[in-house]
Write a protein of this length. Sequence first.
Length: 177
Amino acid sequence: MKFLKILAKLRWIYGRVEDVLIAVFMTSVVIISFSQILFRWLHINGLAWADGFMRYSVLWIAMIGAAIAAREYQHITVDIPRLLLKGRGLYLFRAIIDLLSAAIAVLLIISSWQNYQNEVEMQQMAFAGITTAEAIIIMPYCFVVITLRFLIYCARHLRCFLRPELIPAAKEEGAAV
């Protein structure tokens, strides 16, 4: 039981790190884009690295946002099965969908890792001394996080399917219902 409490605390801390990272990236994109507009309005040369930074920051925002959506179980879903299925059937359906989502995320891990390896070989610069490989490492990393989260949800939903008496406890733990 102590291990589960430690794991829950680590998940909470990691969630806060994600929240802070997305806030920092979004704030920096807004500030830098505003400064670029201001510099151009004043006929001053803008920051040479700003466009590249903003381009890759949007990638980081999107990937961290996708990981947060998976954390909160707020990703895009089809609600029709939720309306048609109740109780154990819904939990079985969700477990299957979570497993399929994890499988797709594994394919995305493979693809994004190959893309990362290609960028390592190319050694191109993205902005301000940062290579494109360093700028896109977020992709395979976030897909690993998303895969793990879908597998955790799959296990929770399967547990509720197999042991319906756990459904109220699962709702209290914050499992998707």
